[in-house]
Design a protein around this ligand. Structure first.
Ligand code: SF4
Length: 336
């Protein structure tokens, strides 16, 4: 257990400044994520360095389709569980036994380098919930020439984002809709606008490569209006070239209605002018990348095997910009 970095005293409690919950935590209690708790006026983090999973795999698992395609990366996550908050993948609570294996930041990055991983991606659990450790490792990985990325719910405070943004190359964020009630119901997040603001800031201020994914919940966020609003927001806030992956929510069966929902998402993305809409319907066809200009197949993902027909991130046939990030040097966002 370590003292946390992002908090301040607040009228006999402590206020955590790490995510948009801004929990005010009384002595002996923990915040909504259950991994940060107030002990005698100090905020502690319970899972610093508690690595539950560190696995080498393709970046496409994250899911990133335009970010260092076809490279192998170290995916790292903290212990799993079922918190009641948006960070639903957290949790070794401040009173529980730690469930992960403690791994020093130097050692974690060294393992990635020895395994010839091109990058380090925070995956499986929400990176925000063990932020101090994630920040230490991300800085080290960045300094050693690895690319770094988040798979995130995006509910991070501006203060925490500003601490890590310059060391991050990729930002794979889940956005389920654009309605406060939807976020309250599905994610128990009181201020979903921060997810949009943090995502736009990740792209504009920290030049992260951004990709968006949307899981479709039956009857909750899979109507045409919601999907059109998400797609429109993406085009206006992030640009037409930002990839959008839609899939079914965990546990949802691929029945006729689910097929129709996926098709609604594809139609909404295309109508909004998004150039790269990917539909995970079990077939390989709708997760391939086609050049928006000449329609050539530029990246195929047949059976999970990635084949690339690009020249320096541009279409091999007509030289059109496909919005590929394959450098750790931060670049200007194109395709607006
Ligand atoms: S990280 Fe977020 S949920 Fe956890 S204690 Fe801090 S403000 Fe609350």
């Amino acid at each position: 257990m370590r003292e946390a970095s992002y908090y301040h005293p607040d009228k006999g409690r402590v206020m955590c400044e790490l995510c948009e919950y801004h929990c005010r935590i009384a002595d002996g209690h923990s915040g909504a994520c259950r991994v940060r708790g107030n002990i005698e006026g100090k905020l502690y983090t319970a899972n610093y360095g508690q690595v539950a999973t560190a696995a080498l795999g393709p970046i496409e698992q994250t899911p990133f389709y335009h970010f260092f395609p076809s490279t192998r990366v170290l995916h790292v996550g903290s212990s799993g569980g079922n918190a009641h908050s948006i960070h639903g993948l957290a949790v070794a609570s401040v009173t529980d036994e730690h469930r992960g294996r403690e791994v020093d930041p130097d050692k974690l990055v060294e393992v990635g380098i020895k395994q010839r991983a091109r990058g380090l991606v925070w995956d499986y659990s929400e990176p925000i919930i063990w932020f101090e450790y994630v920040l230490a490792c991300t800085k080290l990985a960045d300094a050693r020439g690895m690319y770094t990325a988040f798979r995130t719910d995006g509910y991070i405070s501006n203060k925490a984002l500003s601490a890590i943004g310059h060391y991050l190359d990729g930002w794979a964020v889940e956005i389920i809709g654009l309605s406060p009630s939807m976020y309250r119901h599905l994610r128990r997040a009181p201020r979903f606008e921060q997810i949009l603001e943090a995502t736009a800031a990740a792209q504009r201020e920290y030049t992260c490569h951004v990709e968006v994914s949307t899981p479709l919940y039956a009857g909750l966020n899979d109507d045409a209006e919601n999907l059109s609003r998400v797609a429109e927001w993406m085009r206006l806030a992030l640009g037409a070239q930002v990839p959008w992956q839609v899939s079914l929510a965990p546990g949802r069966e691929l029945d006729i209605e689910a097929h129709a929902a996926l098709e609604r998402a594809r139609t909404a993305g295309q109508a909004a002018g998004l150039q790269f809409v990917y539909v995970n319907d079990g077939s390989d066809e709708l997760v391939n990348t086609y050049c928006p200009n000449c329609k050539a197949l530029v990246m195929s993902r047949l059976g999970g095997e990635v084949r690339v027909n690009l020249t320096l991130g541009r279409c091999g046939g007509c030289d059109y910009n496909i919005n590929i990030r394959n450098t750790i040097f931060k670049v200007e966002i194109s395709g607006r």
